[in-house]
Design a protein around this ligand. Structure first.
Ligand code: ADP
Ligand code: TRP
Length: 320
């Protein structure tokens, strides 16, 4: 089955992104034909500095490759290397009712956050529709916040197919509701907007510092503690196996172990998990040409599907 997803290059990835999105997306590559792209046309709606855009795009490529994206299995590309997607966006704009876009809450949420209203920000869901329809994707795994955009994609595809000719496959969303929210060091949802993250690829010192700042209650070393209401334990569970979890859990319940020690255990687990990926990332960062060739190859493979779709759409509307 063909599966497509995109990630915007707008900020350093944290372990909420890793456990909530990257790991589940990477698991799909074993069973499905996965298309994963770096949504830099999308990021232009909020990132207005060319150097930050270039660096952010490269960072996402390095992060995914270091975390286990297999470029032989997954078609991994930079959106802007396939400009055909923007032409398709225009053809789809013609069958997109204004009302559909006016109802999108993501646009309103962005305005509420203080992002300047632009035509691109408003028509973002049409570009996203083109991303999806261009590769004739059957399944689109997304977080709950993107569900409405998927509905736009389905509506626009149906409308185009009815008005002209059946060109597009109607995509199904795969909403990842069951992915637990990873808490930040202050206990709220981990998010770059709350400044409470633990970055995947921060330096060892940064990681340690962030973990040491995790908020806990003020129980003394001797007192028994509740693992079910502890931010350290919630994060530890993401890394440790069930035996390790049981062991730490019993230390919590018996007392005699301070939160400082639990934080040290978490630092160790974090290191065990991410150290090999950090090394891999450094190797890749020293071989940008290789990374570039992976992205070019991905774009060429994506175009094999996207160009025939665009040609069919051009013909359906009477441009060919
Ligand atoms: P942020 O909140 O840091 O801006 P994004 O909104 O860019 O993160 O999220 C990118 C992806 O990572 C989405 O698929 C989202 O569902 C996932 N994600 C982000 N934060 C978390 C979290 N704390 N727990 C689980 N998944 C998360
Ligand atoms: N809008 C998505 C987000 O902000 C990123 C994205 C762009 C996407 N195009 C897509 C996701 C197509 C899935 C399919 O997270």
């Amino acid at each position: 089955m063909r599966v497509l997803s995109g990630i915007q290059p707008s900020g350093k990835l944290h372990i909420g992104n890793y456990f909530g999105m990257m790991k589940p997306a990477l698991a799909l590559q074993q069973k499905h034909q996965v298309y994963l792209f770096i949504a830099n046309y999308h990021a232009l709606t909020t990132v207005h500095d060319a150097n930050i855009m270039r660096q952010g795009t490269l960072d996402v490529a390095l992060d995914f490759l270091a975390c286990g994206l297999d470029p032989h299995k997954t078609v991994f590309y930079r959106q802007s290397d396939v400009p055909e997607i923007t032409e398709l966006t225009w053809l789809l704009s013609v069958t997109t009712p204004m009302g559909l876009l006016e109802r999108c809450h993501s646009y309103k949420d962005k305005l509420a956050k203080g992002i300047a209203a632009s035509h691109a920000l408003f028509s973002y869901p049409v570009l996203m529709t083109a991303d999806i329809l261009a590769v004739q994707s059957a399944i689109v795994p997304v977080g709950k916040d993107q569900k409405q955009h998927l509905e736009v994609a389905r509506d626009v595809a149906l409308k185009f197919n009815n008005q002209y000719k059946k060109v597009f496959k109607i995509p199904e969303p795969m909403i990842q509701e069951e992915v637990a929210v990873v808490p930040g060091i202050d206990g709220q949802k981990m998010s770059k907007s709350y400044d409470n993250t633990i970055e995947i690829f921060g330096s060892k010192k940064q990681t340690r510092k962030a973990i040491m700042r995790i908020v806990t209650d003020s129980k003394t070393l001797e007192e028994p503690k509740d693992p079910d209401n502890c931010n350290i334990f919630a994060l530890y569970k993401l890394f440790a196996n069930s035996e390790e979890c049981k062991k730490l859990e019993s230390h919590y319940r018996t007392g005699g172990m301070g939160y400082g020690n639990a934080k040290k255990e978490l630092v160790t687990k974090f290191e065990e998990h991410f150290a090999p990926m950090r090394t891999r990332r450094e190797e890749l960062a020293n071989n940008i040409n290789h990374v570039e060739s992976i992205l070019q190859d991905g774009a060429a493979r994506a175009k094999k599907v996207i160009i025939p779709t665009l040609t069919a759409a051009r013909s359906a509307v009477g441009l060919e």
